[in-house]
Design a protein around this ligand. Structure first.
Ligand code: GLC
Length: 747
């Protein structure tokens, strides 16, 4: 039976009273790299945290950045957050979260440092693969079930990185300056949904600054917005070594300072804070508030209960006790892998399919040539803190071979040469707070190959070209890897590395029917060959079953149903961040330096709310593939759109028919905009979506309900939401650029 908040708070107060100042400060900073401090005297345990969004990271020594190397920390490798978002399936987001939370608990953790939900403002951002989308509505709709799934397991999610961690370049010192409107319409909604709807028990501050304050000790973010405006009473943890000042950290809404250095007692919230309180510089109540949140966290994840007993003299004593029936969790069960597979299946996006080049039916396919390093590459153990030890990972090549079986010969040619992984150092995180570490990657795509590496490259290309002429069915699997999609570094451009463009064009000369698969955590520039390729499939880092999901789509066992959760622009130069020229941030003026003491670069988000498709549509910039795009093997008929306004809601309905011969799913998307868009507003914005599975020939009426208050824009000057009115256009589409029906409604 759920304990009342009042009783819970009384218990917390009773235990708080028992703690000394030193003990309280021990609890509010790391005592190990991934654990907080404990107070054994009162039975108060450490909080055990672990990365990350794709699975539960392997264990490190408590105070050294070296993995323990135990065989007991192999885990399920889930599709990355960008893959989960590509499913546009709320149930799969929940199931992925449930697996992540179940495995975190199974591995003895209390908080999984996931999901990452920063807005994909810039396609070059190294961590886009860990994030969901460019659109705040899609982020909000997917993050809520994801966190709810995680938190079903007596553990906590930790939604991150709050806020505006939209680039990796100078991530510790860049200062983000979003406009008030963009801040409220684009960058905050996902976090607000995580706090208010998903009731996330944990949230992580960011490294970067927002309006001059570091995200992990920001009064604006952690006190004014999170604690006061959103009434958040969950746990706030810093990013790792993201704090810079004892007073700021103590007096902000931060609860727990974590770090990558082993001088734990000297952390800002450690002995420096004890001394500052003893000297009267800082009020002890700051610590009490943090300890309350930590105890509440421990109660919520059922790691402790608090026993309060009254002594003869009427005094009360309290201590923390274990909860005997806490969920034990589990990991690596086959049920987990089937959930990972369900999500992976729906994360594969069919971008192009001229003349029904796909599917490649096994019964009609006797030989397949698979070309490309990414066909054979496992990605789990890369990307930075999202790296994990996957129990297994089915590569595209393995997936294809097992899907087609013994009657189809599957031949492999690597095609292009990839130099050894750029960052072999397992203790990379020890260096991860210096921006120089990210700069390491600056020249990765211009690495000078040695003579023998150049020879290898030539031989691999010749072999691929020779074989491509001998096979009717050729599948090229290329894209990026975690030397490019990686924490701490942004890409320099959207180009494909390792000479893939040139190779692909030469391959298409030899065999124009090549099927191209791009595996990448963020958009890539395909213009060099996109018009020549008949079929193009995209998938992000799609988990342990990614290769088999891809193969099932290619073979036609399942119809593709993924949709892009971010726009694929033609090139970086076409993006809003390039157009307005602020990225990667400007050196500070002398005046700004006075105000923003801790940052080296400041970046005004001059594109305002025009992020992603909002920009490309408004400024009529052509793109490779639009937001929400994804083909199926069947066609869907949309008809009979209706709008029903009742009180303050509008219900949009449309009849959807599967006109094909296979079972397939479609994501019906609802966009809304002013009939005549005013200059300061986007043409239209995503306001609803439903994913619907239909048997061949089946028709379903799809209904999407929205509240008029959601048709609003934020007035930065007035500091409030203003509902839109007048003639509004409701668009129903299969993507943001494939509108099937539309209706006007006066509001
Ligand atoms: C890293 C990342 C954060 C991660 C944490 C612990 O620097 O920014 O996402 O959870 O530190 O590894």
């Amino acid at each position: 039976m759920k304990e009342s908040k009042k009783i819970q708070n009384e218990k917390i107060e009773a235990l708080l009273k028992e703690l000394t100042l030193e003990e309280k400060c021990r609890m509010i900073h790391g005592s190990e790299f991934f654990k907080s401090g404990d107070v054994p005297r009162l039975g108060i345990p450490k909080i055990a945290t672990s990365d990350g969004p794709c699975g539960v990271r392997n264990d490190f020594y408590p105070d050294r950045w070296f993995v323990i190397g135990s065989s007991a920390d192999y885990v399920s490798y889930l599709p990355s957050n960008s893959a989960i978002a590509s499913t546009w399936n709320r149930e799969l987001a929940h199931d992925s979260g449930m697996v992540l939370g179940r495995e975190a608990r199974g591995r003895g953790k209390d908080m999984i440092l996931a999901p990452g939900i920063n807005i994909k403002r810039n396609p070059l951002c190294g961590r886009n693969f860990e994030y969901l989308s460019e659109d705040p509505y899609l982020v909000s709709e997917m993050v809520v079930p994801l966190i709810e799934g995680i938190q079903e397991n007596d553990v906590s999610a930790c939604v991150k990185h709050f806020a505006c961690n939209n680039q990796e370049f100078e991530r510790h010192s860049v200062n983000a300056e979003p406009t008030e409107r963009a801040f409220n319409e684009i960058y905050l909604p996902g976090f607000e949904a995580a706090v208010k709807k998903a009731k996330t028990r944990g949230l992580m501050g960011s490294y970067n600054l927002v309006r001059g304050e570091h995200g992990s000790e920001s009064r604006l973010l952690l006190t004014d917005i999170l604690r006061k405006k959103w009434k958040y009473d969950g746990l706030v943890v810093s990013d790792w070594t993201a704090n810079h000042d004892t007073k700021d950290a103590a007096e902000s809404g931060l609860d727990l300072e974590m770090g990558i250095t082993d001088n734990f007692d000297e952390y800002y919230l450690g002995m420096p804070l004890v001394r500052a309180i003893q000297s009267g510089e800082i009020d002890e109540e700051c610590v009490n508030e943090k300890v309350r949140n930590i105890l509440r966290f421990l109660l919520r994840v059922r790691k402790i209960d608090i026993e309060v007993s009254s002594t003869r003299g009427g005094k009360t004593t309290a201590r923390a006790v274990e909860v005997p029936d806490r969920d034990p969790g589990c990991y690596n069960g086959t049920i987990m892998h089937s959930y990972a597979r369900n999500t992976a299946d729906e994360a594969v996006v069919l971008l192009k399919n001229e003349k029904k080049r796909l599917p490649l039916k096994p019964s009609q396919t006797k030989r397949i040539l698979v070309i490309g390093d990414n066909a054979n590459r496992a990605h789990a153990n890369g990307g930075g803190s999202a790296e994990i030890k996957a129990l297994y990972e089915i590569t595209p090549l393995l997936g294809i071979a097992q899907e087609y079986g013994g009657n189809t010969e599957v031949r492999y040619a690597r095609g292009y040469y990839v130099p050894p992984k750029y960052r072999e150092r397992e203790n990379w995180q020890e260096h991860s707070i210096t921006d120089e570490w990210g700069a390491d990657f600056a020249d990765r795509d211009k690495r000078k190959l040695s003579a023998e590496q150049r020879k290898a490259t030539k031989a691999l290309k010749e072999e691929a070209l020779r074989l491509a002429a001998e096979y009717d069915d050729v599948i090229f699997v290329g894209g990026l890897d975690h030397d490019f999609d990686v924490e701490g570094a942004d890409r320099k451009n959207m180009k494909l590395p390792y000479g893939q463009d040139e190779l692909l064009n030469e391959l298409l000369d030899v065999n124009p029917n090549i099927i191209v698969v791009m595996v990448a955590g963020s958009p890539v520039d395909m213009r060099a060959w996109k018009d020549r390729a008949k079929a193009i499939v995209y998938m992000s880092y799609n988990g342990m079953e990614g290769g088999s999901a891809l193969a099932r789509v290619i073979s036609g066992e399942i119809c593709p149903s993924g949709k892009l959760a971010e726009t694929f622009p033609n090139c970086y130069e076409d993006t809003p961040v390039a157009h307005f020229g602020e990225y990667p941030g400007r050196k500070l003026t002398a005046a700004q330096k006075k105000r923003y003491k801790a940052c080296a670069y400041t970046e005004e988000y001059k594109e305002d709310i025009f992020v992603g498709y909002r920009y490309y549509e408004k400024f009529k910039v052509p793109v490779q593939f639009p937001f929400g795009h994804g083909l199926s093997y069947v066609d869907f008929r949309y008809e009979g759109m209706e709008l029903k306004k009742k009180d303050h809601t509008v219900t949009v309905s449309v009849k959807l028919t599967n006109t094909g011969i296979a079972r397939a799913s479609e994501v019906v998307q609802l966009y809304v905009g002013e009939k005549t868009p005013s200059p300061e507003n986007p043409v239209k914005e995503l306001k609803g979506f439903e994913k619907v599975e239909l048997k061949p020939g089946q028709t379903k009426t799809v209904r999407i309900k929205l509240h008029l208050k959601d048709l609003a824009h934020y007035d930065g000057e007035a500091g409030k939401w203003v509902q839109m009115h007048g003639s509004m256009e409701f668009y129903i589409g299969s993507s943001s650029a494939d509108i099937r029906c539309r209706k006007e409604l006066k509001i």
